[in-house]
Design a protein around this ligand. Sequence first.
Ligand code: LHQ
Length: 261
Amino acid sequence: QILIEREENIAILRLNRPQALNAFTADMLVQIREALDRLGADVGVRAILITGEGRGFCAGQDLSDPFVAPNPGGKPKDIGHLIDHYYIPMALALRDCRVPTVCAVNGVAAGAGMSLAMGCDLVYASDAAVFVLGFNKIGLIPDCGATWLLPRLVGRAKAMEMALLGDKLSATDAELLGLVARTVQAEQLFGAAKAAALRLASLPTRALVETRRLFDAAQRSEFEPALRAESRAQSQLGFAHDYSEGVAAFMQKRPPQFDDR
Ligand code: LHQ
């Protein structure tokens, strides 16, 4: 249900259930989590690009999956089980991925599909993409990290509007709101996202991943603890190869060769 390709020193992970707009099944969530862990630990992979096959990016949970499909008159399903054992591990694997992640949102991103996109480090969207939480229409709350990510990205007012009214947001509006870093013409999306992933691959991986961690940690912290956390991380990075290499390359006016993880 996913496809993995390697190109130079990046990996491309494609959600591959185009007939259902790449809606998640439990198996697919496991496959994504395993791929993020495996590729992140592979020293030959220095960035991961996530995109969808077909006209959609990801329609969120597959609502016809027996795990979640309500069972009127029968035994109620505990959808929290799916969240605890499948969605949370995937969301954490993305947050903790040992290489930077780029998302190319090629079409609709709905429900937890929108959460997957928002959880990536760099999000580029096709001008044909749309973003919709959609949970309100099925009596649920935004999940897979959306309650944490969305208000931080777009502010509470817009997050509440998207969550409570559930309207679709165009890619252009998503860019204006800061939900995505950039909107590109549909036919240029993959090339632009791949170029960004290759650029990230040439940069000092460990420092990039530490930047993600500190940005997230600073959201929960006061100013001074954030300053101290920066100092601790900087101190560690200062002992590492990529720092000496970056400075040496700058002084010698040559391209750097980063390899720390
Ligand atoms: C789908 C789906 C879908 C199955 C399109 N499932 N088939 C976590 C844990 C526990 C429980 C629940 O949830 C979660 C997290 C979540 O993500 S909940 C949110 C689940 N997602 C949604 O509610 C979105 C449902 N889909 C839609 O609203 C629309 O399909 C969107 C806005 C995504 C796209 O609309 P259109 O571009 O008009 O496409 P379409 O509706 O015609 O869909 C195309 C096909 O894909 C269609 O199948 P068909 O056989 O008729 O061609 C849809 O049934 C299928 N599909 N989403 N989530």
